[in-house]
Design a protein around this ligand. Sequence first.
Ligand code: AMP
Length: 276
Amino acid sequence: MKLIQTLAEMQAIKHPPSAKIGFVPTMGYLHDGHMSLVEASSVACDITVVSIYVNPAQFGPTEDLSSYPRDLDRDLALLQEIGVDYVFFPNTEMMYPAPYRTWVDVDDVSSILCGASRPGHFRGVCTVVLKLVNIVKPHYMYMGEKDFQQLSILRIMLRDLNLCTEIVACPIVREADGLAKSSRNVYLKGEHRSIALCLFTALNQAKQAVSEGVIKVSDIIDAAKLSISKAGAVVDYVEIVDERDFQIPEMVDEHSRMLIAARVGNTRLIDNQKLI
Ligand code: AMP
């Protein structure tokens, strides 16, 4: 496993022309969700590159950039164990040379849901991912459905900007009780850990209701919001969208996906699931 800290080093790597390059961008503090992406890339690609970079541009001024969990040594040990080819961990001076002026925005889908609650978040995500893709030049980029809106926006970006990298979407990895794995779960102490399960519970209740014939979107959303508030979390949003274009349907169909963001104490959690 090669450790790479500079952009120049990463850009200078000469891969065999026939090698398929898989790329897994992360913010580190790796868990089984990240590792599932690394595994998927290792199985399908000849070379796997993992990046670890906590991107300041995607955090709002009152968000958790400074407290975001970090443990590079532990991350490197996990990646070494699984057998990754390259780990790229640039710093912010390299990624955003001052004065930094160039940003990438994907219209419409970036301003709803997480984009409405976190203004500028997806601009930061799109910018850093485009930069990383330009540096790593992967054929495939492995991303988790945990961040379904992010994955969808990045697919649009890659298509609109004519990049040859293809996103491979990987399923959400959960704790034994169903809580979606997240680096931020480390913030959940005491009763907050059990309250946090209410997002997954609400998704499952919605799926169950649909299977019993309840398909009116507004009814399903109202029930989910009630279930989450009763559990002791604060709803940020609950929406059902057509997963192909993020339009909001009136009735659930096979393209419907429910997305939830809620706060448990100071921790903002997201989760999502298809309803059929
Ligand atoms: P992050 O480090 O949070 O930026 O996440 C890096 C990548 O890991 C993103 O593509 C996430 O969607 C993915 N990821 C995070 N948590 C999970 C999970 N529980 N299951 C699957 N993928 C995940």
